[in-house]
Ligand binder design. Structure first.
Ligand SMILES: [Ca+2]
Length: 217
């Protein structure tokens, strides 16, 4: 008879764990689909090789202009790359604060900031929300080839072009292209990837994360 309260407690714990379980994440091929509860939509991350470049694509659930001024969410997104596919090397990771980071050598991310983006006819600076692009190795900025500056581009029709941050194009797809050499990668390499979208959950942990093992064919 003494067991019954314990069984009841275990049942309550199980039900509450199921209620709070993170949404299912699917990954297929080189894509990671991350459900974002606060937007009630899915964010799709893609990792591909194109020649000597690594191409990281993010399909947002809203057009960029709308995402940047969204009240419930910031358009911050990120990729963790475990380039040796070895969890024992790279970031020690904190699965609560930075889910998906364990074992990663590199972090590529978009940070939303409001910053001057242009000057008006009188020379006054116009400030708008913008996504900064950054590539970190460990806790520092990654060493980048001379003349290469990471930047987000946006898909318009079938083409990618620089983002006009004054009036962002009517598109929901962002891309960052970086030389494979930045990450010490070559064609055919198999890497572990985690895709993250902060502020997607209303309760802790706030970040929504998806993981996949991807071969850069
Ligand atoms: Ca590693």
């Amino acid at each position: 008879m003494k067991l019954r309260p314990l069984v009841l407690l275990a049942g309550i714990a199980l039900v509450s764990a199921l209620l709070q379980a993170p949404p299912a994440v699917s990954s297929e091929g080189n894509q990671i689909a991350v459900p974002c509860k606060s937007l009630d939509a899915t964010i799709t991350f893609t990792v591909q090789r194109s020649g000597d470049d690594l191409v990281l694509t993010v399909q947002l659930p809203c057009k960029l202009a709308a995402c940047l001024v969204h009240e419930e969410w910031s358009a911050n997104v990120g990729f963790y790359l475990d380039t040796d596919a070895n969890r024992a090397t790279g970031s020690k990771g904190d699965e609560m604060l930075e889910p998906g980071s364990a074992g990663a050598e590199y972090r590529i991310y978009a940070t939303q900031v409001t910053t001057p983006v242009a000057q008006d006819a009188e020379g006054n600076w116009i400030s708008k929300p913008k996504l900064l692009a950054a590539i970190d190795k460990g806790d520092d900025s990654a060493e980048l080839p001379e003349g290469y500056h990471p930047k987000w581009e946006i898909k318009v029709g079938e083409e990618f072009q620089p983002v006009d941050w004054v009036s962002p194009q009517d598109s929901d797809t962002l891309r960052l292209v970086a030389p494979l050499s930045v990450f010490g990668l070559k064609a055919g390499a198999t890497i572990r990837v985690a895709a993250t979208a902060p502020n997607c959950n209303v309760s802790f942990p706030y970040t929504a994360t998806g993981k996949a093992t991807i071969t850069l064919n």
